[in-house]
Design a protein around this ligand. Structure first.
Ligand SMILES: [Zn+2]
Length: 274
């Protein structure tokens, strides 16, 4: 049974500032280790429940945060980028389920550490067929394209609640309680690591007994609406084939499936600046 562990960094316990997730800052060294430990805890939990193949995808920044030398040796690591499926590289029809580790809430959320959707500087909001999504939604929909469900999320309470609201009754590990964009009450890794292990195990057991959430399948064709932060970004992105300007900040496009929607969205984010 193959499990994909899709990892980000903003939702790891202890992280409350951007600097802590940036390689140029001295504190980053600590948090990339905690990120690696949280991923290892998820692997251990999935293995406890009988999973025997583990692919980890490093989804933060350039994808070079997880310490490969400290990663559970049973796992293979997707590192670097831009890879074909970005934060979901490695997902395929053979994947039994996805665990989101270190995830954050969507852009504009209250009581949510570093809440954003792909680019805090350029993107305000993203909708799929009219439903507001964050990275958790975009990535879960890509997994859904392959018929793969998201089984668990770890992060702050707002990220976890948003994922449950959109994706159904998945397992969650709340590792910190956000009180603002830059503030949270964080649990010790001594608490969060056993917690993540237990929750990951329960998530995989639910898959085996048929009570896990269904894959998040977005109706096709898929309409993608993006609200930028600056009109200049919309000026640029509307040049992409099929893109339509809605107002000063918003563009939309329609594509045959979620694979094309995810790719189109990433192209739009890149096109939004020179
Ligand atoms: Zn990130």
């Amino acid at each position: 049974m193959k499990i994909l562990i899709a990892a980000d960094m903003e939702g790891v316990t202890g992280v409350t500032r951007w600097e802590e997730t940036e390689p140029t800052h001295s504190e980053y060294v600590r948090f990339r280790r905690i990120m690696t430990d949280e991923v290892n805890a998820a692997i251990a939990g999935a293995a406890d429940a009988g999973a025997d193949e583990f692919v980890v995808t490093d989804g933060h920044g350039g994808g070079t945060n997880i310490l490969v030398e400290e990663l559970d040796a049973r796992a293979r690591l997707n590192s670097g980028g831009a890879s074909p499926l970005s934060m979901m590289e490695g997902v395929d029809p053979e994947t039994a389920g996805v665990l989101f580790i270190g995830y954050h809430a969507r852009g504009g959320s209250r009581n949510a550490v570093l809440a954003h959707t792909w680019s805090s500087g350029r993107i305000a909001n993203v909708w799929l067929n009219g439903s507001l999504v964050g990275e958790y939604g975009l990535n879960a929909a890509l997994a859904g394209h392959f018929g793969v469900p998201v089984l668990m999320i770890s992060g702050d309470q707002t990220a976890c609640a948003q994922a449950v609201e959109l994706l159904g009754n998945l397992e969650m590990a709340v590792v910190k309680k956000a009180s603002g964009y830059f503030s949270a009450e964080c649990l010790s890794p001594k608490i969060t690591l056993p917690m993540i292990r237990k929750v990951a195990s329960r998530a995989v057991l639910r898959l085996k007994d048929g009570t896990a959430p269904q894959p998040f399948i977005v109706q096709t064709p898929v309409n993608v609406t993006i609200e930028f932060r600056q009109p200049e970004s919309a000026d640029r992105v509307v040049r992409l084939p099929g893109a339509k300007r809605l107002d000063g900040l918003q563009i939309e496009f329609s594509v045959p499936d979620m694979l094309a929607a995810h790719a189109g969205f990433r192209a739009a984010v890149k096109q939004s600046y020179d």
